[in-house]
Design a protein around this ligand. Structure first.
Ligand code: E4P
Length: 217
């Protein structure tokens, strides 16, 4: 399963890229709005750093506008994946952009039928938002299971990109279900690294080693 980080923050991306664990990045208008500076420059720097797929979202709501913005975003760097919302206009825009050879991530997926329709119009990725489904009292990961099953049945090449991830359990479940990609906030990636027994174990190994060396002197 590929790991993307869900952020527009270059420092977070640089730190994770340095660990060698990062396959790509997803941004959205909310995330990029938190960053200062020109968004095109930010996206360019992110692409240069990660050297993998970087989702950048359109803000137009009509297909013509999304297509225009999508072409423009794709022109920033070869690693840009154009992100469009799942609406009828977004579906039209996805069809056109995909037919032109652009990779499209259809976002704000909350049902299996939405994912299936996005796959039919050539989306490279669909992004089910699991955390936001959990927030409204449903089980977000059930949607991932459904989409993985449907895509397997029909051999769609569209990748399932699990989004709106809130904790390491989402990450583990996504991997067990065979999702292609999980996009995770940096704070949750940090949680994936941590285990108190690792810290305690290392401390004990080092102490025992030091004690043995001191006894030899
Ligand atoms: C996905 O591409 C989105 O940027 C993101 O995962 C949304 O997550 P949120 O529900 O935490 O805002």
């Amino acid at each position: 399963m590929k790991l993307f980080v869900d952020t527009g923050n270059l420092k977070e991306i640089e730190a994770l890229a340095a660990l060698g664990i990062l396959d790509g990045v997803t941004t959205n208008p909310t995330l990029l709005a938190k960053e200062s500076g020109d968004y095109r420059q930010i996206l360019k720097q992110i692409c240069r750093t990660v050297q993998g797929p970087v989702s950048a979202e359109v803000v137009a709501t009509d297909a013509a506008g999304m297509i225009r913005e999508g072409r423009d975003l794709a022109g920033i760097d070869e690693h840009i994946v154009v992100k469009v919302p799942f609406t009828k206009e977004g579906v039209k825009a996805c069809k056109t952009l995909a037919s032109e050879g652009h990779r499209v991530n259809v976002t704000l997926i909350f049902s299996a039928t939405q994912a299936w329709l996005a796959a039919k119009v050539g989306a490279s990725y669909v992004s089910p938002f699991v955390g936001r489904l959990d927030d409204v009292g449903t089980t977000g990961m059930t949607l991932v299971r459904e989409i993985v099953d449907i895509f397997d049945n029909y051999e769609f090449s569209t990748e399932v990109l699990v989004a709106s991830v809130r904790n390491p359990i989402h990450v583990v479940e996504a991997a067990r279900m065979g999702a292609d990609v999980v996009t995770v906030p940096a704070a949750v990636i940090e949680q994936c690294f941590k285990h108190p027994l690792t810290d305690i174990g290392l401390e004990r190994f080092l102490k025992d080693w030091e004690k043995a060396q001191a006894a030899k002197v």
